[in-house]
Design a binder for this molecule. Structure first.
Ligand SMILES: [Zn+2]
Length: 144
């Protein structure tokens, strides 16, 4: 994905706090930081949070929807006007993200024969209700 509106240092700090790692990047090109995410190595983090499962429920080293959500949410906490472009969606700031993220989680990442929603493609225990509760306190802080 790529993001505009935060510094590389801020991005590195966010990724570390969420508990994931960079697979590629971050690389700055123009106004955007390009990067992809992965989990820490299996051996060091066998129970890593945000592990996405493969098509047969296999554990793979990819970061699930909730992990990406957590990173994007923190980017938008740092700068509510940040622009995030991923393979599946473009978010123009925090309000746009909160409006679009639920439908992105419901996308089919399985196949026509074995449909599976992105949001269900992991064992991290994250649910959309949990994520919305995480979003709300951050929103409240701004409202006097
Ligand atoms: Zn998950």
């Amino acid at each position: 994905m790529k993001v505009k509106g935060i510094t590389e240092r801020q991005l590195r700090s966010i990724v570390r706090k969420v508990g994931v790692q960079f697979n590629n990047g971050p690389t700055k090109i123009g106004n955007y930081l390009f990067f992809t995410l992965r989990l820490p190595q299996f051996a060091r983090a066998p129970k890593a949070k945000y592990r996405r499962t493969g098509t047969r429920g296999r554990r793979i080293c990819a970061v699930c929807y909730h992990g990406h959500f957590a990173v994007m949410q923190r980017i938008l906490d740092v700068n509510p006007d940040a622009v995030i472009r991923s393979a599946v969606a473009t978010y123009l700031g925090k309000d746009d993200f909160e409006a679009k993220a639920p439908s992105v989680g419901e996308r089919n990442v399985g196949s026509m024969m074995e449909p599976r929603m992105f949001i269900d493609s992991c064992n991290c225990g994250g649910t959309f209700d949990m994520m919305l509760r995480e979003v709300k306190p951050a929103t409240k802080e701004k409202t006097p």
